[in-house]
Ligand binder design. Sequence first.
Ligand SMILES: NC(=O)c1ccc[n+]([C@@H]2O[C@H](COP(=O)([O-])OP(=O)(O)OC[C@H]3O[C@@H](n4cnc5c(N)ncnc54)[C@H](O)[C@@H]3O)[C@@H](O)[C@H]2O)c1
Ligand SMILES: O=C(O)C[C@H](O)C(=O)O
Length: 347
Amino acid sequence: MRTAMLRSIQSSLKNTSSSTLLRRSYSSESAPERKVVILGAAGGIGQPLSLLMKLNPLVSSLSLYDIAGTPGVAADVSHINTRSEVVGYMGDENLGKALEGADVVIIPAGVPRKPGMTRDDLFNINAGIVKGLCTAIAKYCPHALVNMISNPVNSTVPIASEVFKKAGTYDEKRLFGVTTLDVVRAKTFYAGKAKVPVSGVNVPVVGGHAGITILPLFSQATPQANNLSDEEIVALTKRTQDGGTEVVEAKAGKGSATLSMAYAGAIFADACLKGLNGVPDVVECSFVQSNITELPFFASKVRLGKNGVEEILGLGSLSDYEKQGLEALLPELKSSIEKGIKFANQS
Ligand SMILES: NC(=O)c1ccc[n+]([C@@H]2O[C@H](COP(=O)([O-])OP(=O)(O)OC[C@H]3O[C@@H](n4cnc5c(N)ncnc54)[C@H](O)[C@@H]3O)[C@@H](O)[C@H]2O)c1
Ligand SMILES: O=C(O)C[C@H](O)C(=O)O
């Protein structure tokens, strides 16, 4: 029963577009050694994400870092009988050791929203946290793929890019804003409305990760449902854009999405690891440096490979409603990106 449950969690982490053959050859302990670091590992996202990454057979070393609480989380997770060795690190003086040799660094460090707040309201605290952590990444693991979860993602990713540029380590192929939760939500909500099995649903989500900058492309959803009215598409779009707020309000002051985010973060990190390992056709949406619009960063489908981003896929054809959404989001996304760049360069 325990083995069956583990297999089922592991199989849900596998990217549906990977070939069965490669999946088999990488599902065993013969997969390359890979070190994954979680910064903010003792938090609401960090703990379940640590669990999910411990279940991932592609991970050989799992390094859990936080300013407090990591020894307990690491001791707990380390008893799970899966491949990776787990070490917990606590406090600034141990950050370097936590990061050394990392292949993938996942960052869910920082404060979450309370009801009534926007993600941008987190900027004043989280910008500084992200800047400090990225300075350490540039020093101790400059070649790692960085998966940025800390909000506001529309600004924290530009902050990270500027920190890496200043340190001379920036590689735009290796920096990702994690927008997978928007895709996870869009799939769930669409499947519910269209009455199709959720496991076979795909919905690209482009733009950024806040309010109207989150633009799900239901016109490109598969399977394509012909039973949805324009009003239902508008409602689905709005629900996807407000998905984070829905959770913040339901948690009533006790934080924002943690469990669904840990799931989404584990899916995206798994895709990065598969790409590094040479699995072909690994495609996920992510907020990356991009030239598919006039903005320097934009979320879209990206193909992941041995160097991180292999290819940024275009937007495809959009419905009139999506074209309006795209026009509407550009000014807000532009100003969030500029805010991040300015912060990184003035402080
Ligand atoms: N990208 C997304 O889709 C998405 C989804 C959900 C939440 N988030 C964001 O993720 C962040 C974390 O959310 P949470 O619910 O886990 O918050 P949380 O408060 O439960 O956990 C955050 C953790 O970060 C740690 N931390 C703070 N400063 C640190 C530092 N300098 N180094 C290392 N760790 C540090 C804290 O000690 C804490 O354990 C928030 O900014 C939230 O808005 C993003
Ligand atoms: O909504 C939030 O503040 C957290 C996260 O960005 C989310 O989308 O759930």
